[in-house]
Ligand binder design. Structure first.
Ligand SMILES: [Fe+2]
Ligand SMILES: [Fe+2]
Length: 524
């Protein structure tokens, strides 16, 4: 049976199970969708069932979340996306004259500074889960314990009680003067017709239904009513049971506190830079190879590049094989080993003073469940100056703490929180920091490995937080944390074109570890 028939069988089953009957005329288009689940989600969200013809498919694609469009950013010149077949790009602009990124801030060259990398967390070689129910229970109990401690550190209006105690004392918690607080895990979050937010809170003693009302737009909680909550968030709630009601009327919600983060900096005698990219997707026909060589040339010639001591690649270095139906039609390197050896060769063009940290993503040849371990040693043979780490990886460079996470869970944040869109992945990153978790929802788009200790909890606030995966680009300081959404090196794919999704490729983000000044350098 040809591969496309096998792919079609899977898609056909999923689509029909969702109550849609695919017409022959849309078969090819459906085969080109890397994630049929997104389409099914869109159909469910508007209650669409029945014949799936071209018009219905167009309507469903239009129902998907708002998608990425070009956004004006500081320090990024206006540009259009170059196709792979474009003529050789012109030399990179001399971007080191940026106002906030001056060579005078770098008294020494990166080649004169010894590397100083400390790894605080990397799952490689440390995964102990057997995927049993007990492991899942233990992972969630540990998450609850860790985030509960953080919430308690922030102070609460009263001593939190267990859910079973709350239910037992319901009659005495019947007014705003007698409110009680519980801390637990969220499920079934949804808005009512009146715009209020309903959800359930559960701890190891029981569960209670909650109602967070949109009583007052000025209320601090109104933002949460508008955004919604993630399944499996850990939060505290303070509220009471109005007479005759079994659901807790929530008057306040508690997340772990985050005051302005006091970021660490490398000493003046260690004033070097770290650069960030992600999602090269080498091996795909849409890998932007001329733009890659343009960056390599810049690295070897530009004075600003002499300040860059590290390059962090946050996953999807290669496109992989068998990642989505019909992928073989989009590859120009169909062999996985060949993809990795070509990536190693491409990286060898970097100056010898640049150390690379390479994480895996969902396209890489490691288990998809997060936390993901580093690439297998047999795939590492063609690399120089490269440190292979897991995803996520929490590490320090000259004392500056960096949390790098590929970012698959951004899709769960987009489908769960109304304030997050693919156009603004930084909103998902802020939501991760606010709830101190990289991927809270079990059973969503992000495969999770139930380790007995939940290491997707953000235990220490990083100085730099970096993600990729959705092929956008953004830099911002959020509550003292430097946020970097790393740019891709892949041109718009046919799937993205069909969705009208505009990636922002070929932008190198550079951060001065001494001052935290950032620069975004385009190579298009
Ligand atoms: Fe990617
Ligand atoms: Fe990815």
């Amino acid at each position: 049976m040809p591969v496309s028939d096998e792919d079609w069988a899977v898609i056909h089953r999923k689509v029909t199970q969702a109550g849609l009957l695919p017409a022959k005329s849309v078969r090819e288009r459906l085969l080109e969708l890397p994630d049929i689940d997104l389409l099914i989600d869109a159909a469910k969200s508007i209650g669409k069932k029945g014949m799936l013809d071209a018009a219905t498919l167009d309507a469903l694609l239009g129902e998907m979340k708002p998608i990425q469009r070009p956004v004006k950013e500081e320090n990024v010149v206006a540009r259009t996306i170059a196709p792979v077949s474009a003529p050789e790009p012109s030399p990179a602009p001399r971007m080191h004259e940026l106002d906030d990124y001056r060579l005078v801030d770098f008294p020494m060259k990166a080649k004169d500074i010894d590397a100083e990398i400390s790894i605080h967390f990397d799952i490689t070689g440390k995964s102990v889960t057997e995927g049993r129910k007990e492991d899942i229970r233990s992972c969630f109990n540990d998450r609850l314990k860790q985030i509960r401690r953080l919430i308690l550190d922030g102070g609460l209006p009263n001593r939190p009680m267990k859910v079973n105690e709350l239910l037992r004392r319901k009659r005495s918690i019947s007014s705003v003067d007698e409110m009680a607080t519980v801390i637990g895990i969220v499920s079934d979050s949804k808005n009512t017709k009146g715009g209020h937010l309903r959800f359930t809170i559960e701890d190891d003693s029981g569960s209670v239904d909650c109602m967070l009302g949109l009583w007052n737009e000025d209320d601090a909680c109104s933002d949460i009513v508008h955004s919604g909550l993630m399944d499996d968030d850990v939060i505290g709630v303070t509220g009471h049971f109005p007479q005759g009601r079994d659901d807790l009327r929530v008057d306040d919600i508690h997340f772990p506190p985050l005051k302005m983060h006091n970021r660490n900096t490398a000493g003046e005698d260690r004033a070097v830079s770290v650069a960030f990219i992600s999602d090269l997707h080498l091996g795909s026909k849409t890998f932007l190879e001329p733009q890659w060589h343009k960056m390599i040339e810049w690295f070897n010639k530009d004075p600003l590049a002499e300040t860059i001591r590290y390059l962090v690649i946050s996953g999807d270095g290669v496109d992989g094989v068998g990642i989505y139906p019909g992928q073989e039609r989009e590859l120009n390197i169909p062999d996985l080993f060949n993809q990795y050896s070509t990536l190693g060769t491409m990286l060898q063009g970097l100056p010898e003073w640049v150390d690379v940290l390479l994480l895996p993503g969902n396209h890489d040849a490691v288990r998809p469940a997060e936390p993901q371990p580093a690439l297998d040693p047999e795939l590492q043979t063609d690399y120089n100056n490269t440190l292979f780490v897991g995803n996520p990886c929490d590490f320090s460079l000259h004392g500056v703490r960096v949390l790098s996470y590929h970012g698959v869970s951004i899709m769960d944040f987009v489908s769960s929180l109304r304030t997050v869109t693919f156009e603004r992945p930084e909103a998902a990153m802020k939501a991760m920091i606010d709830r101190r978790h990289l991927a809270p929802s079990w059973g969503g788009k992000t495969p999770l490995s139930p380790e007995p200790e939940d290491r997707l909890v953000i235990q220490e606030i990083p100085d730099i937080f970096v993600t990729g995966h959705v092929h956008g680009h953004h830099t911002e300081s959020y509550k003292g944390v430097t946020l970097v959404h790393s740019s891709t090196w892949q041109d718009q794919t046919s799937y993205q074109r069909m969705l009208g999704f505009q990636p922002k490729p070929c932008i190198l983000t550079v951060v001065n570890l001494h001052t935290h000044a950032t620069a975004a350098i385009p190579f298009v």
